[in-house]
Design a protein around this ligand. Structure first.
Ligand code: N01
Length: 531
């Protein structure tokens, strides 16, 4: 039993079926796609390069699909996932429009009993979450939203019908990846766009462009090599970081490299190896981007408001298409709701800040997600002794997992790209492939050895969580408030629930655990428990 019909759920279903098992996926949507089903806002793109943003486990599947652009727009990614579902004939085992309400482990029988929104109760030996890290939308609790007479939307729950901005006064709250992709699109047709910014973001140009046929053909001819390179890289993409500190270069050489990356739309991180670990190196990159904002944005007061003052890349770095340029348009204005005029309430007619009311016909919340844990504690997931995952994690205050895949107290339950795995700081489909294959192998091992239940040990879990924290502490990530640390959600306990040691190293650790007869797990057969 699998929840979620996005990248994770689709591959998990295929993989288990290939093993000869019976598997079902449940999803609340009426079609496949996961986040790419819900995130239909104008401008939505993936900022991982399209040629790497897909499955490589099957050469035929890879060769049968051709991406049109370097960074794929959302409709194309959704088409791709439909192509995957059709090619692998997955739909017959997916129940759409169905929410999992409760899942409870039966210790005597070693099965999961799952209740769904359509009233059915199903049982399964294995229960697998493919809900993703960013699927629980966050609409902030701002006083008065119910009184607003205009239209309002959240980017992560965008309607399937066209939303027309023409001639309207639109307000966008939030300037993360979603807001920065949406804002240039809204500005094209809105009468006026007001951007309510709490924290400015660093972004560098995406340089999106059509892909050459020769380039795609070459990748298709070498899928196995591509797959190897992606799985053996820290980020799940076949890039190498230059073995060089920013400080090893002269200011002229640094500037030349950054200028070239900016002009060509190349990512900054592969240029040096210490941008996220060395404060001085980071500040040089940050200052370069601030200088660029000052050059691109004509009104210097607006430019000043757009300049971030925290470590570059410690909030999820964004790649944009004409974001800063959009603030040169006559019909766009920027409101700083952090320092200058905090939002006080939403009124019938718009948004009231400390300085006054902004009349609006439409409000768009680009305010992100209760990330990493939100979707996993939204439903009643009840493990041994009647303890829910939410209780175990003390509502998020003490999240702890084994490898981000398994959970003490929750036998035969697995999370694909769960908290404390590399997940969101890698190319997610690659991380998903690694997880799905590890889980499939684990299940095969259980079936081959007539194992009834496998459960992470508390001590192994504690060790893994401590290791994750230690790795995170060695980076600058933990020094910035972001959704990575839970700071975007009011009242959410802080933590850093991502393994930052690289997908390549993480894969080695997971493989070693499996090779050592699932070290750190307790294994239960019908006759004995092996620790
Ligand atoms: O969400 P976010 P997102 N009042 O949390 C602001 C992935 N993604 O949907 O920074 C006012 O990043 C908040 O302010 P602050 C990607 O991993 C990928 O944009 O918390 N403002 C911030 O500016 C990404 O990182 C793609 O101070 C409020 C914004 O809302 C992740 O999804 C595309 C507020 C939220 O930014 C989430 O991105 C899109 C309030 N009460 C998304 N509450 C790709 O290209 C929040 N904010 C792959």
């Amino acid at each position: 039993m699998i929840i979620g019909a996005g990248f994770a759920g689709l591959y998990m279903l295929h993989s288990l079926r290939e093993q000869g098992l019976t598997a079902r996926v449940y999803d609340t949507a009426d079609n496949v796609g996961g986040v790419w089903y819900w995130n239909r806002y104008p401008g939505a793109h993936c900022d991982s390069e399209a040629v790497y943003y897909g499955f490589t486990f099957s050469e035929e599947l890879y060769k049968g699909w051709t991406w049109s652009k370097r960074y794929a727009p959302q409709p194309e990614i959704l088409d791709y996932l439909n192509y995957v579902a059709d090619t692998l004939d997955l739909r017959k085992d997916i129940k759409f429009n169905t929410r999992v309400n409760t899942a409870e482990f039966d210790e005597e029988k070693n099965i999961w009993r799952i209740e769904t929104s359509n009233g059915s109760v199903v049982t399964a030996k294995y229960f697998i979450s493919g809900v993703g890290c960013l699927s629980s939308s966050n609409v902030p609790n701002i006083k008065g939203l119910n009184d607003f007479k205009g239209e309002w939307y959240h980017t992560g729950r965008w309607p399937h019908t066209k939303v027309d901005f023409t001639g309207k006064r639109v307000g966008v709250i939030g300037t993360g990846s979603s807001g920065m992709q949406l804002i240039p699109e809204v500005a094209k047709t809105a009468d006026h766009l007001t951007v309510f910014q709490r924290t400015p973001q660093y972004t560098t140009p995406a340089g999106n462009r059509p892909l050459d046929k020769e380039y795609i053909d070459e990748l298709k001819a070498n899928v196995q090599q591509l797959r190897k390179d992606m799985l053996s890289s820290p980020t799940g993409q076949p890039f190498k970081r230059a073995p060089l500190s920013v400080l090893d270069d002269t200011p002229e050489a640094q500037d030349k490299k950054f200028e070239e990356a900016w002009e060509k739309g190349l990512p900054f991180f592969p240029l040096y190896n210490d941008i996220l670990t060395n404060e001085k190196s980071n500040e040089i990159v940050a200052e370069f981007v601030r200088k660029k904002i000052g050059e691109v944005v004509k009104d210097q007061e607006t430019a000043r408001k757009l300049m971030p003052n925290y470590y570059f890349g410690t909030k999820r770095p964004v790649r944009d298409s004409y974001y800063y340029e959009t603030f040169n348009r006559e019909n766009v204005s920027l409101v700083d709701v952090k320092y200058e005029e905090p939002i006080q309430e939403i009124t019938e007619n718009g948004v009231r800040t400390k300085k006054g009311e902004y009349e609006l016909d439409m409000i768009i919340f680009a305010t992100g997600y209760d990330a990493m844990t939100g979707s996993l504690i939204k439903f009643d997931l009840i493990g041994k002794d009647g303890i829910t995952l939410k209780e175990k994690w003390e509502n998020g205050a003490s999240v702890s997992t084994y490898l981000g895949i398994a959970h003490a107290g929750f036998p035969n339950f697995f999370t694909i790209t769960g908290p404390e795995s590399p997940s969101v700081i890698t190319n997610v489909p690659t991380a998903i492939e690694q997880h799905v294959e590890w889980i499939s192998n684990c299940i095969q091992y259980m079936e081959d050895n007539e194992i009834d239940a496998i459960e992470a040990d508390s001590e192994a879990e504690k060790g893994w969580s401590a290791h994750c924290r230690e790795m995170a502490e060695s980076t600058l990530y933990v020094k910035t408030e972001s959704w990575y640390t839970g700071a975007n959600i009011e009242g959410k306990p802080r933590g850093f629930l991502i393994y930052v040691g690289g997908l390549n190293n993480y894969k080695k650790i997971c493989d070693e655990v499996a090779e050592n007869s699932y070290k750190g797990f307790s294994i239960k057969t019908s006759t004995k428990t092996i620790v």
